[in-house]
Design a protein. Sequence first.
Length: 243
Amino acid sequence: MNKGLDGSLKRFAERRLSEPYPYLIVDGRYEKVRLEGVIQTQAVLVAIGTNWEGRRQVLGVDLAHRESTSSWKEFLSALKSRGLHGVEFVVSDDHAGLRRAVSELLGKAAWQRCYVHFLRNARDYLQRKADDDCMQELRWLYDRRNLKEATADLQAWLKRWEKRNPKLTDWVEANIGETRTFYRLPRQHHKHMKSTSRLERLNEEIKCRTRVVSIFPNPASCLRLARHCVPRSTRRGSKTIAT
């Protein structure tokens, strides 16, 4: 049964990417795998592309020892060798190795830092952990129609909270620009391209399956299940963005 499944998944993993994918979302998660009798964590690297018709497709799922610059470069290089081209916009978290790999291999693409990850990181600088109003107002900034509105409201937010949470406001002011690249895109694309949420749903699906296994006996079994979690609709391409 595994041999038959492996053949199908191998064809999926090695298929040619003939059309351009202007939008790319990349992320990774970790699973426990037994290697030579020792339990280690392995990174599951995933990429989702959206074509000019607005159809989303999982382009690649692979395994690496960790999320490093070299592992992300190898992953992206494999996608390019299969034909990945036309990438204009990349969404990811702020992982340093991933950013360097994107910069080197997809240097012409604009980079968007996932605003959801950004808001999670922002809580580390919040002096009063129960200060929900401050964080809620910061989240609302991403609902503005354009960059001009978002900038005006950001200044108002900074002024309102700088005395109460100076560490947070200083950090946000210095880093929030990386999360607002999506304003370059058509307004109808903002919802889907300001975060990695589309990929997070796939990661949750993988997590639901791998949680049952807990520890994989080898890397091949981990990769087999991770790839098998890819919905068939996103292997063929499902409509996600209005063009």
